[in-house]
Design a protein around this ligand. Structure first.
Ligand code: DGL
Length: 270
């Protein structure tokens, strides 16, 4: 049995870490499409083609259930995949619905009509493709009314993180937060809408100020997955061991991953 976790690169490791802590008995196969990262600057067709190829590889590795631990793929490709591409015996789940449910004070899968919620001014930090898709605003509108969302596309940040250039990554976070604050001076909440960004969470929090509640996805996705597997135990596939696959250079990717998670991670060629 194994569950697949997909990201364009290393960001999904923030989700992998949380799901494997929450479900220690479940093996996970992680797929990093490092050769094609970042996805955030690609168009929707390109993101769809790359994401479907990666998901097929995870199915081959025995994962009937795949989590897209990538907001860009969830925003730009998931709906199209669910409409016409995923066979009946497989499932692919995205990462931002659990986050929006938490922000709008909802239980998992509560589909009641939209209502007023406590937060009214929300800053969204995400990749250019996620911001362009407006998927966050669409999902939010199904659940809440009167929430003002200001989105900031954080160009360059995923590349800096993938390259392990943390000095550049910090400078980019600060300048993107400044740009956001020029449009929305006092956000109440900030969403880190890219799974790479929790690796910079402290810098986001510092730049935004203590009063801003910063939401990131990892723990919320872990709870949702635990709940889903309890209701659908048959969706844990046939794979039996945890593995890390990459389309990039396994040595380089392993080095960066080990540094981020502060434990030894060994990637193999996908
Ligand atoms: N970490 C991904 C996300 O959550 C993808 C970033 C990228 O490849 O641009 O959006």
């Amino acid at each position: 049995m194994a569950v697949g976790v997909f990201d364009s690169g290393l960001g999904g490791l923030t989700v992998l870490d949380a799901v494997s802590k929450r479900l220690p008995e479940v093996p996970f196969v992680y797929f990093a499409d490092s050769a094609h990262a970042p996805y955030g600057v690609r168009d929707a067709d390109d993101i769809y083609n790359l994401t479907t190829a990666a998901v097929e590889r995870l199915w081959e590795a025995g994962c009937d259930l795949v989590i897209l631990a990538c907001n860009t793929a969830s925003a730009a490709a998931l709906r199209r995949m669910q409409e016409s591409w995923i066979p009946r015996d497989k499932r692919v789940l995205g990462v931002f619905v659990p986050l929006i449910e938490a922000m709008t004070e909802r239980q998992w899968g509560d589909n009641s009509p939209p209502r007023e919620v406590a937060v009214q001014h929300v800053a969204l930090f995400a990749t250019p493709a996620t911001v362009r898709s407006r998927a966050f605003q669409r999902e939010l509108a199904f659940r809440a009314i009167g929430v003002d969302v200001e989105a900031q596309a954080c160009g360059g940040l995923v590349d800096a993180i993938e390259e392990g250039d943390m000095i550049l990554a910090e400078a980019l976070v600060r300048s993107h937060v400044d740009a956001l604050k020029r449009k929305m001076p006092s956000p109440q909440a900030a969403i880190l809408g890219c799974t790479h960004y929790p690796l910079m969470q402290e810098t986001f929090q510092e730049a935004l100020g203590e009063d801003v509640a910063v939401y990131s996805q990892a723990n919320l996705v872990a709870e949702s997955l635990a709940d889903y597997l309890q209701r659908h135990p048959g969706m844990i596939g046939t794979g039996t061991t945890s593995r890390f696959l990459t389309t990039g250079d396994p040595r380089k990717v392993s080095g960066h991953a080990t540094r981020f998670l502060r434990r030894e991670i060994t990637f193999e060629a996908a």
